[in-house]
Design a protein around this ligand. Structure first.
Ligand code: G3H
Ligand code: ZN
Length: 280
């Protein structure tokens, strides 16, 4: 059942839990995400990054996911994850995405504001809420942040966060508090003081990217400090790939709709584990 992301996240914010936002790029991962959410009777956000949207040819994957949402009893909506341009946002809104993220986090502050504001002005005409990002959540392999000083510099500044939200009128804010996309090299260290400071200034729902590899107790603490949407992708991709690799070792397997069941179950298991941690 389609439920507005604003309603989903404002309820989560009020009741102090987080909605899992899970990435998909195909039928099997989509099936697994819905199976997990339905099993646990939990709301979810299902999302595609720019690359995943393009792989699914945007309107085709959007139509598929929207059908799952429409036929499911659990509250759900489709989000564009890490949109990089107004053009991409326009395409996704036309294809029926209920929420969009514009990621201007690599841009200088004023340019991030300008791009995000432009997207908000466009998306709000269609009643589509927008997630913005301030501070950089690094992606290994793209830009490694090595020194402590650089790590600090990349994190969300609470005062700038307030300014960013006021000027752009975004509906949700993704923060950088030591979280990283993909698996961490060492133990992830989240800056909870910073998150607390951001929360004091910013009243809209806060989003934690890089949900893979964070310890359950840190997830719980982040939720208690105001995080109400948590993005998870890498752990699903790894579960999918490892299960498939294992199956294909057996040369007798050649009927995709048979062996894909095992792959779906592997992804479903990860999604269920995450939902349980994110719930109250
Ligand atoms: O936007 C997607 C997420 O931030 C996923 O991060 O791949 O580390 O789980 P992850
Ligand atoms: Zn992300």
């Amino acid at each position: 059942m389609l439920v507005s992301p604003k309603i989903l996240l404002e309820k989560a914010q009020k009741e102090k839990y987080a909605v899992g936002a899970f990435n998909t790029c195909n039928l099997e991962i989509t099936k697994a995400i819905f199976a997990a959410a339905e099993n646990l009777n939990s709301p979810i956000i299902i999302q595609t990054s720019e690359g995943e949207s393009q792989h699914g040819q945007i309107t085709k994957i959007a139509t598929l996911i929207r059908k799952f949402i429409e036929e499911s009893k659990i509250p759900a909506c489709l989000n564009l994850d890490h949109g990089k341009s107004l053009e991409m946002v326009k395409k996704c809104i036309t294809a029926g995405y209920a929420q969009v993220m514009i990621d201007g986090s690599k841009l200088p502050f004023s340019e991030n504001i300008a791009l995000t504001k432009k997207v908000v002005q466009y998306a709000h005409k269609y009643n589509v809420p927008v997630e913005g990002e301030l501070g950089l959540v690094p992606t290994p392999g793209q830009k490694e942040i090595v020194s402590e000083k650089e790590r600090e510099k990349a994190m969300t500044d609470p005062n700038l966060a307030l300014d960013f939200v006021k000027k752009t009128e975004v509906d949700f804010l993704a923060v950088a508090i030591g979280n990283v996309h993909g698996f961490y090299k060492g133990k992830p260290v989240l800056d909870f003081n910073r998150l607390g400071e951001i929360k004091k200034k910013v009243k809209i729902p806060l989003v934690l990217h890089g949900g893979s590899g964070i310890a359950d107790c840190d997830i719980k603490k982040a939720i208690s400090l105001g995080i109400c949407k948590i993005n998870v992708n890498t752990e699903l991709r790894v579960a999918f790939t490892n299960a498939l690799r294992q199956i294909l070792k057996d040369q007798k397997q050649h009927i995709p709709y048979e062996y894909m069941k095992t792959v779906e179950q592997a992804v479903q298991k990860v999604v269920e584990e995450k939902i349980k941690v994110f719930s109250k």
